[in-house]
Every structure is written in C-alpha cells, then in structure tokens.
Design a protein around this ligand. Structure first.
Ligand code: ATP
Ligand code: MG
Length: 191
C-alpha cells in the first residue's frame, strides 16, 4: 500500500511539469476553488514526500501542526508544496536534509521548507521567481526543468493573497516561507 502511495506521488511529481506548463499558459490568472482540507492531508502528503526523499537518498523530516479543518484550494496548495519540495530535493547533494513545517497563525497558513543545499546568493534571490530564471545554467541544465516552478509558486501565492519569501538557512542552505490567508467559516449574516 505504501509503495503504491509513493509511486502515486512520483507520478504526481512527473505530472507537475505538465501542470506547470498548462498553468503557465493561462494568463487569466489562477482562481482558487475553496474546499475543506483535513489535517491528515498534510500527514499523507509528507509521508509520500518522505518515501520519495528516501528513494533519492535524502533525509526528510516534517512537522504538521495543523489540528483542524482548513478551507483552501487543495490542488493549488499541493502544487505549491510540491514545487518547493521538488526544489529542495533537486538542489541538495547526497547529504541532503529537507524539513517541511506547516502551522496556522492568525488566520494564516504558514509553510516552511528548509534544506541544507548550496543556498541562493542574494543577487539571485530577487530573480528566482522570474519565469525561466535558473541560477547557474550549466549545473541546473542537467537537473532538468524549465525555471517555471517558483514563478508558478508565486502566482499561486498571489491568488491566495499571500506572500513567499526566501532566506538563508544555517549553516548552509535555503528556507522558503509561505504565508497564505485561509478562509474561516463564514459568519452568519444578520438581516
Ligand atoms: P522547474 O521548477 O521548472 O522544474 P527549476 O527548478 O530550475 O525548474 P524553479 O523551481 O523556478 O525552476 O527555480 C528557479 C531556480 O532557483 C533553480 O533553477 C535553482 O537555481 C534555484 N533554486 C530553487 N530552489 C532552490 C533551493 N531550494 N536551493 C537552491 N537553489 C534553488
Ligand atoms: Mg523547480
């Protein structure tokens, strides 16, 4: 069962590229379709990521601090999480360690993805969210990809009226921090 589940995740990640290209073609912007997400969605996703990481010889740790149902677009959220996880996996070496944290703070969903890869220089930090921008073309070419992941991550974040930031990890590596405003139960209107 767990192998099937992790194979699904790999297929999912392969589909990411196709999805990214489809999303990139849409210039009408992204319209979130809001639905319920159970806290267990994160456990399932992280368990699958863990299997993919292990398969690639990397260490994956996660911390799910979501304990209630939240309302957001599951497909877009998953896409966003996978873009960041895929990068952390792709841009760490054999000793790769990736950590993924999710929590709620004042009506915001906070995502943090930490890795111990080579990090991103300050001058590149400003450009990685641009479409087709890739640091060190020669090195990244052999890793595959289009330089679309983060530009789409940013579009998704903007569709949620959120923010995405990139910081340095210590002693080395990168941290991506995402803040998304989450719909709470709509209050009954008094008429
Ligand atoms: P795609 O996502 O389309 O498969 P990509 O990974 O190259 O290709 P982005 O996800 O947009 O494109 O990332 C842009 C660039 O930012 C990458 O090419 C890489 O140079 C750099 N980058 C992204 N994430 C990390 C990270 N966690 N550590 C180091 N560099 C990163
Ligand atoms: Mg990428």
């Amino acid at each position: 069962e767990s192998i099937a589940s992790s194979l699904d995740e790999v297929r999912n990640m392969k589909m990411l590229t196709t999805n990214l290209l489809n999303l990139a073609r849409r210039d009408d912007g992204i319209k979130p379709e809001i639905g319920d997400i159970e806290p267990n969605f994160f456990n399932t996703t992280f368990t699958n990521y863990e299997m993919v990481a292990t398969e690639n010889g990397k260490v994956f740790r996660f911390d799910n601090r979501i304990h209630r149902v939240i309302k957001t677009d599951k497909t877009l959220l998953k896409q966003l999480m996978t873009i960041l996880f895929d990068n952390a996996l792709k841009y760490t070496d054999e000793d790769g360690e990736i950590q993924f944290e999710v929590q709620l703070k004042d009506k915001n969903l906070l995502l943090r993805v930490l890795d111990n890869g080579p990090g991103i220089r300050d001058e590149d930090k400003k450009r990685i969210f641009d479409r087709f921008y890739r640091v060190d073309k020669a090195r990244t070419r052999q890793k595959g990809g289009f330089g679309l992941g983060l530009s789409l991550a940013k579009q998704i974040v903007e569709a949620f009226k959120g923010t995405i930031q990139v910081k340095d990890n210590k002693p080395k590596g990168t941290i991506f921090e995402v803040k998304l405003s989450i719909k709470t139960e709509s209050r009954k209107k008094n008429r």
